[in-house]
Design a protein around this ligand. Structure first.
Ligand code: FMN
Length: 247
């Protein structure tokens, strides 16, 4: 419980390598995760090679930890392996639609999070890289991912150089609903986001970007509609190339 309650993303790492035994045990913990129908519709590509990580870095918008962490893990939805098993057994799966894309996404996410917890239990730090979905096609090319395999997230992993402060979370009551969803009034929303908005880091974001409030920083600076439309279209094109149908 203490481990989970103390999670923070680590973005700067010592140069210390992660031993193979430790890394393998961590990956085994990912493999042990619950998954859809025990078909394990996910895979991970372990990248230690610095040259390979330098190739991948621009696709993660040059976030420094891609090169500075000793290990980069790219977590993928993978229906390729299951398809091949069906094929050698004279049958065929039809997993290329939205339902199975999402099932694979759930499997890969749980797999990734088990890896994170196991890594933290070994005193390692991790950081997810959401940039994986933004440049999935380019990342897939570098990692030679076949049809049916889609990178959905990546993790940098290594021994922390320093441990940052815990980040904020929304109040418990704003996240947990009992028996049915109780929708929010405007005044409840204002109340629930008050603490986040009052943080020094949030106020700095607002003033640096010359916005009126934190929500505007999210929608008009960090996650703009124009960027979101562009990367979403690019992702749909890549999913189609990988054989998925969004239906
Ligand atoms: C799916 C996902 C994508 C993320 N992408 C990035 C990223 O590209 N770069 C980064 O520095 N942090 C990334 N993060 C880390 C979040 O920013 C972080 O988890 C959040 O701010 C809460 O902070 P904490 O993990 O330290 O508690 C990502 C986290 C998740 C779950």
């Amino acid at each position: 419980m203490e481990l989970l309650k103390n999670h923070r993303s680590i973005r700067s790492y010592l140069k210390t390598e992660i031993g193979n035994d430790v890394l393998n045990e961590i990956l085994e913990c990912g493999i042990r995760a619950s998954n859809t129908g025990n078909m394990q519709l996910c895979s991970v590509i372990v990248t230690k090679d610095q040259a390979k990580r330098k190739l991948l870095a621009p696709f993660h918008f040059n976030q420094p930890m891609v090169v500075n962490a000793p290990v980069l893990l790219t977590v993928c939805i993978d229906i390729n392996r299951f398809y091949k098993w069906c094929s050698v057994n004279n049958t065929q799966a039809d997993f290329q639609n939205l339902l199975w894309l999402l099932n694979g996404c759930v499997d890969a996410s749980i797999f990734a999070q088990n890896i994170c917890i196991a890594a933290e239990n070994h005193g390692l730090g991790i950081c997810y890289l959401g940039t994986t979905l933004y440049n999935a096609a380019e990342i897939a090319e570098v990692l030679k991912l076949p049809a049916g395999v889609v990178p959905i997230t990546a993790l940098t992993m290594g021994y922390p150089e320093s441990v940052p402060e815990l980040t904020d979370r929304l109040p418990f009551q704003s996240v947990v609903h009992y028996e049915e969803y109780s929708d929010f009034s405007d005044s409840e929303i204002v109340e629930f986001y008050k603490e986040k908005e009052s943080l020094g880091a949030s106020q700095k974001f607002v003033s640096e970007n010359a916005k009126e409030n934190l929500a505007q920083v999210y929608t008009e600076v960090r996650y703009k509609k124009q960027d979101s439309d562009f990367f979403s279209k690019k992702l749909i094109e890549f999913l189609t190339v990988q054989g998925f149908r969004l239906e």
